[in-house]
Ligand binder design. Structure first.
Ligand SMILES: [Zn+2]
Length: 457
């Protein structure tokens, strides 16, 4: 049957109806859960967000997303992070001290980009590239604006991604009071703000959940808290400190919460054979890691609890009128990519995707929430043909749909840490101001998106 041809005036009338129905839906944001169509229509609205949940898959480029999708839900399946109504790409490059581009970023420079809107040199935490001056972060602006704030990570809480929100240091290695060698002007003895651990608790971020207990167990060397550990300093500042699933569940929103769930990075969810020269035998990933102590909370549960704590704080202080800013990082996608461990990497991507599900479920009930899911930079892993014999490290996996999948890691010499790549990465969003992720943007534009959504100045 031939398609009926619409006259020009008829087409214009159809357009007017679409615009009108968008406007109707855009104002009725208090109705029940949103379907896909309402999500899409809401996302193009230039409105204000009450809350922002920003989820960062560290090193989660398109290869890492595709690998996790193929293995878990199948090539034709869709992850939670695939279901956002609006998707774009952003560039992630760092800069040299003179401002010229450095095409491959690390998590410190990229984090500084999205957290402050200013590009910096690799290794630096929320300070300028040449002059090494502190730049205000989106978390600091949110605090000033009366928002509750939280940061959750599977890495040490002092690692680059959480660090860029609540600290400013010359180098990312300055994580605890005993780690200050590369940050001479940041030490408290020199009148600086101290290590990343000290600055993070001094910022009184309402919810800090992750690994890195060893950094907080270090003793403060100068100033008001001299002789105390950073954990003791946190308690003096009013924090309740939790160390496992049970104590996290019991935490109430009446005090800020510092959760330290591992001495270093939180152990991965899955294990398997790392990729090897000449490949591995076809393998299925082991979806429980014996090295992960029972009682270690997973990222999705931490995200759920963080949201509850932030909501509880705001209810108490502002009668539920003010919202929150929450950052959630799946950190070990990157770390397992560095180690050429495909099962570790996929398990962490899947765990991160369950945290995305938590955030999207919250947004379905609270449409005034901007949810953004992105990565900080691309990484090594590539899905290659089964017959390929590429250089570098390779592993063959048997996916959940029973097929062989070959993954290769060859951005560095075998035995060395595999490297980040300079590729653009995905950014996807829903909620007020989500349209800002469309097209090809830069990582620093994400700072503006969140600032505009929360109306921060
Ligand atoms: Zn990395």
């Amino acid at each position: 049957m031939p398609r009926p041809r619409l006259s020009r005036s008829r087409l214009m009338a159809v357009g007017a109806v679409v615009v009108a129905s968008t406007a109707v839906i855009a104002v009725s944001t208090t109705a029940g859960a949103f379907g896909p169509k309402q999500h899409a229509q809401h996302a193009i609205k230039d409105g204000k967000a009450k809350n922002v949940i920003l989820l960062i898959g560290d090193g989660m480029g398109d290869s890492e997303i595709t690998l996790a999708r193929d293995y878990t839900v199948g090539a034709a399946g869709r992850l939670n992070m695939d279901k956002f109504p609006l998707t774009g790409a952003y560039t992630t490059y760092a800069v040299h001290a003179d401002g010229t581009p450095d095409y491959v970023t690390d998590s410190a420079a990229s984090g500084t980009g999205w957290a402050t809107g200013v590009k910096t040199v690799n290794g630096r935490i929320s300070k300028t590239p040449g002059t090494d001056k502190a730049v205000p972060t989106i978390l600091e602006l949110a605090q000033k604006g009366g928002y509750a704030t939280g940061s959750v990570s599977t890495a040490e809480l002092t690692d680059a991604t959480p660090a860029v929100l609540a600290s400013h240091t010359t180098d990312r290695s300055c994580q605890g009071p005993a780690d200050m060698a590369k940050c001479p002007t940041d030490t408290i003895a020199k009148g600086g703000p101290g290590s990343i651990a000290e600055q993070s608790v001094n910022h009184k971020v309402d919810v800090l959940l992750g690994g890195g207990k060893q950094r907080f167990d270090q003793k403060v060397t100068d100033g008001r808290y001299k002789g105390l550990t950073v954990t003791e300093q946190a308690k003096k500042l009013g924090y309740q400190v939790v160390t496992d699933d049970r104590s996290l569940k019991a935490a109430k929103g009446d005090k800020p919460v510092l959760g330290l769930f591992a001495p270093g990075n939180v152990p991965t969810e899955w294990t398997g054979k790392p990729a090897a020269l000449g490949g591995t035998d076809p393998q299925r990933c082991v979806t429980s890691n014996p090295a992960r102590p029972s009682g270690t909370p997973n990222l999705a549960d931490q995200t759920t609890k963080a949201i509850q704590l932030l909501e509880a704080k705001q209810k108490r202080q502002h009668g539920n009128k003010k919202g929150f800013f929450l950052q959630v990082e799946g950190a070990s996608i990157d770390k397992q990519d560095h180690s050429a461990d495909p099962c570790g990497q996929i398990g962490e991507t899947a765990a991160f995707d369950r945290a995305v599900k938590v955030a999207r479920a919250y947004a379905a009930k609270h449409p005034d929430t901007l949810v953004v899911t992105t990565a900080d930079h691309g990484h090594t892993s590539q899905i290659v043909p089964l017959e390929a014999q590429p250089p570098g490290l390779t592993s063959t996996l048997i996916t959940n749909e029973g097929q062989k999948l070959k993954v290769n890691y060859s951005t560095n010499t075998p035995g060395q840490s595999q490297e980040h790549t300079g590729v653009q990465v995905r950014i996807a969003a829903e909620g007020p101001q989500a349209y800002r992720v469309l097209g090809v943007t830069d990582q620093t534009d994400l700072f503006t998106t969140v600032r505009e959504a929360l109306r921060l100045r």
